[in-house]
Design a protein around this ligand. Structure first.
Ligand code: C6P
Length: 419
């Protein structure tokens, strides 16, 4: 892709995002908190309006026209999400509220029923709390043991250490595709191949991957993959779990209620086929349909194009950040990273930095980013994180860097007064 096409990707898309065209604290908004949640284009917002104005009804229940329309749109959205990750069939994709719920589904359904004392669950030290807490519960209830892959000196996934942890006791490997703090893109193809060699299943937390790069579950051969719609231009309240069909069929239901059943008697019930077995109760219909519109939007842009553009942006951001005195950047340097950078400054607390940036209209995240154990592992209590998406521009990075530099100068001045 040439520089011109890349520039036009951001330029062309910005007009689609009404929220970006506002002033915050007297300055044009710069939204660098995309790893927390992305903004939504007009096409996705209009989809919500259209659904509630024209088609609103419950799905899979009525035989009237609106119910048929709602059901069709809901199932089309499922098919779109399935195509996005190259799932073999729409029924291998279960709608959930978010990635967290999808991981909990696997933990409760598969983990609680399949694991026992002596089994091992391999996680990494970089996991988000969502891919840690549910496995702690599974381990506590079943007697299985948690093992953690550590980092290389470059703060990436340590493949050698990982191999040393694998054995015939390993029953599950659950790891992030892209770390939401280190920004490293993990060697998931190798991780999966090695786990399968030992007969272990693999769950990929692809929250920070699916919105930003092409993902192919069949090429990867992962057993499960989870993602959140709100990080990929979709609404909150809609995410998904992909699972291999045989595996999903063997798994007991997670939640019980309407729509997940085949037949119900007073004493017992039989369950619906995939994917409905895992979608108890009225689902987030409008949100799922909006997520389908978000997938259309992303695929129109092209995930390869989004990825290439973000690679350029993050290289620029990294290079500029490196020039700031007293900065510590986490994770590997580009090109081996995703479009987010977490850092600390010697003289400025991340929360103070975030407040000063907000005064300049710039949104970043400060804190532990739901990776408290990773922050402890790195010997820090908090970090600042700038996370980019395809609608961000190099000019925004320039402004961000200027304000970070001003913050450093300001706090260095205050600290010097105290000396
Ligand atoms: N990370 C962040 O600011 P939910 O909340 O279920 O949509 O996503 C959870 C989750 C799971 N895994 C990874 C790698 C994630 O990054 C996230 C969400 C956000 O980093 C909000 S804490």
């Amino acid at each position: 892709m040439t520089t011109t096409t890349r520039r036009s990707l951001a330029q062309a898309t910005r007009a689609d995002f009404p929220i970006l065209h506002q002033a915050v604290n007297g300055h044009p908004l710069i939204y660098f908190d995309n790893a927390a949640t992305s903004q939504k284009p007009r096409q996705v917002l209009e989809c919500l309006q259209h659904y509630y104005e024209c088609d609103n009804a419950n799905v899979h229940r009525g035989v009237h026209t609106l119910s048929n329309r709602a059901t069709q749109a809901y199932e089309e959205a499922r098919a779109k999400c399935a195509r996005l990750i190259h799932a073999p069939a729409p029924e291998t994709l279960v709608f959930t509220r978010n990635a967290t719920e999808a991981i909990n589904l696997v933990a409760y359904s598969w983990g609680m029923s399949q694991l026992q004392a002596g089994d091992e669950i391999v996680l990494t030290v970089m996991e988000h709390h969502s891919n840690l807490v549910p496995w702690q519960w599974v381990a506590q209830r079943t007697g299985a043991t948690l093992r953690f892959v550590r980092l290389t000196p470059q703060e990436t996934f340590d493949l050698e250490h990982y191999q040393s942890l694998l054995s015939n006791r390993t029953k599950l490997v659950a790891c992030a595709y892209v770390s939401n703090m280190l920004g490293c893109v993990n060697p998931v193809a190798d991780i999966i191949r090695l786990a399968h060699h030992w007969g272990a299943k693999v769950l990929l937390d692809a929250c920070q991957a699916v919105p930003h790069m092409p993902v192919d579950v069949q090429a990867l051969d992962c057993d499960w993959l989870v993602a959140s719609g709100h990080k990929m231009c979709g609404p909150t309240g809609a995410g998904f779990l992909y699972g291999k069909a045989d595996l999903l069929r063997q798994m007991p239901p997670f939640l019980g209620g309407g729509e997940m059943i085949s037949e119900v008697f007073y004493e017992y019930s039989t369950y619906a086929d995939l994917p409905h077995k895992f979608e108890a109760g009225t689902p987030a219909i409008a949100e799922a349909i909006m997520l389908g519109a978000a997938v259309d939007y992303l695929q129109n842009l092209g995930l390869e194009n989004i990825h290439a553009y973000e690679q350029e942006l993050v290289s620029y951001l990294w290079q500029k950040l490196q020039g700031i005195p007293g900065i510590r950047l986490f994770g590997p340097p580009p090109p081996h990273r995703a479009g987010l950078v977490a850092f600390t400054l010697a003289d400025v607390h991340p929360h103070d930095l975030s407040t000063l940036l907000d005064e300049a209209g710039i949104a970043i995240r400060a804190g532990h980013h739901c990776t408290q154990p990773l922050h402890r592992y790195l010997n820090i209590s908090a970090s600042a994180r700038a996370s980019l998406y395809f609608y961000n521009t190099p000019a925004e990075i320039d402004r961000f860097i200027a304000v970070v530099q001003e913050a450093v100068d300001f706090f260095q001045g205050i600290n010097a007064l105290g000396d």
